[in-house]
Design a protein around this ligand. Structure first.
Ligand code: NDP
Ligand code: PYC
Length: 338
């Protein structure tokens, strides 16, 4: 068990990610899109979705499952639905390619959706909803993963860790953003605990015999738990339906089957929705914004914090001082350049 860290600047993280990915055959546009998001993850002190993900990306490249060079194609399914086919490449270049069309359609129609199909997907979702909020729109994003999570009341994995992210643009300063797995914790966090031999809280997972466990290795072999019991379970099922069945792509169980034991990044679809407040509110835009601000103040005035406040503080710190990467993760990433 170790708590040693290596400090890098944001530019160094980006460069390292590009170098590792291109060294393993990834085309530069994909490597750069992935490097941007990995840098954002590390910058915001999300250890499970920062530099650590390079280890999984390279395992995926080595598995031969992902197409490392194919470019996504952007089309539309209806006047309000942008479709991006990643053609079994990673998702992030697909997101970047489709975003301008999503924004344009949301402004024209009041709201619009973007579906990304056939994509290997590993990333945190806040960079995507924040990109939508930066354009003055409200963003919502969700995706399945691999079936690692038991439904509330059950003990066999059905759901993915299925993240749900939301961003609301504010008149000044950072948007209101949350982004969480619908499991008690992202699987990446359990993997990091397992690597470092650290115990986990007992409510995160059950072992193969259905008993709550504090052993991260046993948790990875057993089943993760949803957050909030049956409520998280229902939200996770909703994500399987909206970002799997509805968009004609794989559920987490199907993605797991497609993986066939390779341990690659999950491959499935993603659903992103953008709402234009100007269309919903018209002349009452300011009133809508003011009621939102009053709600945020009612939270913070009593000492409670807004989601993402920790992340925004971490961002400032990282931009000033650089980022801290667990030394064991950094050492393993370095080995990928041998
Ligand atoms: P966390 O439990 O760390 O955080 C979830 C959210 O809750 C964050 O917005 C966080 O804000 C907020 N939050 C935490 N504590 C508080 C508090 N006390 N008061 C108010 N808000 C709070 O995240 P998860 O482990 O669930 O997920 C981590 C990341 O993993 C996410 O970015 C997610 O997208 C990603 N992920 C990606 C998957 C994929 O398939 N692509 C699958 C699963 C997860 P803050 O950050 O400021 O603490
Ligand atoms: O941490 O749960 C996770 C995860 C799954 C896919 C990418 N991240």
């Amino acid at each position: 068990m170790t708590d040693a860290y290596v400090t890098l600047s944001l530019a160094q993280v980006h460069e390292l990610a590009c170098e590792v990915l291109t060294h393993h055959g990834m085309a530069l546009p994909h490597a750069e899109a992935i490097a941007r998001v990995i840098t954002q993850g590390q910058r915001d002190e999300c250890q499970s979705h920062g530099v650590y993900r390079l280890l999984v990306c390279v395992r995926t490249l080595r598995s031969g499952k992902v197409n490392p060079t194919v470019l996504p194609t952007v089309g539309e399914l209806a006047s309000g639905i942008v479709s991006v086919d990643a053609h079994y490449g990673y998702s992030l270049l697909g997101f970047e390619s489709g975003l301008p069309r999503l924004l344009e359609k949301a402004r024209a129609n009041g709201l619009a959706a973007m579906v990304i199909h056939n994509c290997f997907h590993f990333s945190a979702l806040w960079p995507e909803v924040e990109a939508i909020a930066a354009e003055g729109l409200v963003g919502l994003a969700m995706t399945p993963s691999h079936s690692w999570v038991a439904p509330a009341g059950g003990h066999k994995p059905v759901f993915g860790t299925n993240p749900l992210a939301f961003a609301w643009p504010r008149p000044t300063g950072n948007p209101f953003v949350f982004d969480f797995a619908t499991s008690a914790i992202a699987r990446g966090d359990i993997e990091l605990h397992a690597r470092q031999g650290k115990p986990i809280p007992a409510h995160w997972a059950i072992d193969e015999h259905g008993t709550p466990t504090e052993n991260a290795q046993a948790a990875l072999k057993g089943a993760m738990q949803t957050f909030g019991g049956y409520k998280g379970s229902a939200l996770s099922a909703m994500i399987e339906l909206l970002a799997g069945s509805l968009i004609g792509d794989l559920t987490s169980a199907q993605s797991q089957a497609f993986d066939g034991g390779a341990g690659a990044t999950p491959c499935h679809g993603e659903l992103i929705i953008a709402f234009d407040p100007k269309a919903f509110l018209g002349d009452a835009l300011e009133t809508g914004q003011q009621s939102a601000e009053a709600m945020f103040e009612a939270i913070t005035n009593q000492g409670a914090r807004l989601p993402s406040q920790r992340r925004f503080e971490a961002r400032e710190r990282s931009m000033r001082d650089g980022v801290r990467i667990p030394a064991d993760v950094f050492a393993d990433v370095q080995k990928l350049l041998d």
